[in-house]
Ligand binder design. Structure first.
Ligand SMILES: Cc1cc2nc3c(=O)[nH]c(=O)nc-3n(C[C@H](O)[C@H](O)[C@H](O)COP(=O)(O)OP(=O)(O)OC[C@H]3O[C@@H](n4cnc5c(N)ncnc54)[C@H](O)[C@@H]3O)c2cc1C
Length: 287
């Protein structure tokens, strides 16, 4: 069906009013939606809702023990922001591996999350950082919000727990404790504009050669971006030396669930997971 109505509201409540009917496509930066639509892989719905002029979806601000990142923040804005640089280096690192400058200037963090690609670059870091998504709707004329841990938001490739009547307004990311270290790794076959063959995020609070509150997340090795809970269990509190890093990386190799596709075989992805996890753990131990 062709788009029959187009809206560009300037307030959140007005945007949510348009979503109540359900038959609406949300447009943010358009870097994914537009190519997918032109290629015939996505069919735009009756209404097209451009959210670019909604001020409540913008800004990066400290709020208590967390930072609120507005859904419309672009990858370029994240890379420049001092709060992100100070507290969430692992996220800034992922943005530095994201596509090209042109894409980064338009692509939003909300779009990256709602796209729910297993290979989305910001997703392993956000999982490591225990991010939550803020969803808003307007069921009875009043704006209501709820928060969902990011790990529960992805329900399948390209599918999330967001209801059709909801808009993703922001990401809430707790400021990590003192001593937190985070690392991001992305492997793609071309240096620029490449979708990840695998991506890894590792974080935790370092004491000596071990991590507590260990978090390990992988991209492009399962139907959804995944927290690797068994790997985290093996990492938690373990003194990292070469043997321990190899043992933990082997747990990760067994835990991921990659598939064969045009970019790599499942076997190759598992070997990459093993080798790069081991290398990252060695690096964390020396930090
Ligand atoms: C050439 C190319 C290279 C790319 N390289 C990378 C890369 O290196 N790494 C990477 O991770 N991605 C990459 N992408 C994918 C894409 O750029 C990102 O996923 C981007 O973050 C999407 O954001 P957007 O604002 O453009 O979203 P849009 O294209 O506007 O929307 C994407 C989806 O999210 C929905 N949506 C957007 N915002 C909201 C919201 N606030 N609430 C509810 N739903 C919403 C839309 O309805 C749509 O379904 C690439 C794309 C292209 C075309």
């Amino acid at each position: 069906m062709a788009v029959e109505e187009y809206w560009a509201p300037t307030a959140l409540s007005a945007a949510l009013a348009h979503l109540r009917g359900g038959d609406v496509t949300i447009l943010a930066g358009g870097t994914d939606l537009m190519p997918q639509s032109h290629a015939g892989r996505v069919t735009l719905k009756h209404g097209l809702l451009n959210i670019q002029h909604v001020p409540e979806l913008r800004g990066i601000e400290r709020d208590g023990a967390s930072v609120r990142i507005g859904a419309l923040c672009t990858i370029s804005e994240l890379m420049r922001d001092p709060l992100i640089g100070t507290h969430f280096g692992i996220l800034a690192e992922a943005c530095d591996h994201f596509a090209s400058d042109q894409l980064r200037n338009a692509a939003t963090i909300g779009g990256n999350v709602c796209n729910a690609s297993p290979a989305g670059d910001t997703l392993p870091p956000l999982l490591v950082l225990d991010a939550e998504v803020e969803l808003a709707s307007r069921p009875n004329g009043r704006v209501e919000t709820r928060r969902v841990p990011l790990g529960e938001f992805f329900v399948g490739p390209g599918r999330t727990a967001r209801l059709p009547s909801e808009l993703l307004c922001a990401l809430w990311v707790p400021v990590p404790p003192v001593g937190f270290v985070g690392r991001f790794f992305k492997f793609g076959t071309r240096p620029a504009l490449d979708i990840a063959v695998i991506a890894i995020g590792i974080g935790g609070v370092r004491t000596g050669r071990s991590l507590t509150r260990a978090r390990v997340a992988y991209g492009a090795v399962a139907p959804v971006p995944m927290r690797a809970r068994k790997t985290e269990g093996a990492l938690e509190g373990t003194a990292l030396d070469a043997a321990a890093s190899a043992r933990i990386a082997a747990v990760a190799r067994d835990e991921v669930r990659p598939i064969d596709d045009v970019r790599a075989s499942a076997w190759y992805r598992r070997e990459l997971v093993f080798n790069m996890t081991r290398r990252m753990l060695d690096d964390v131990a020396e930090a």
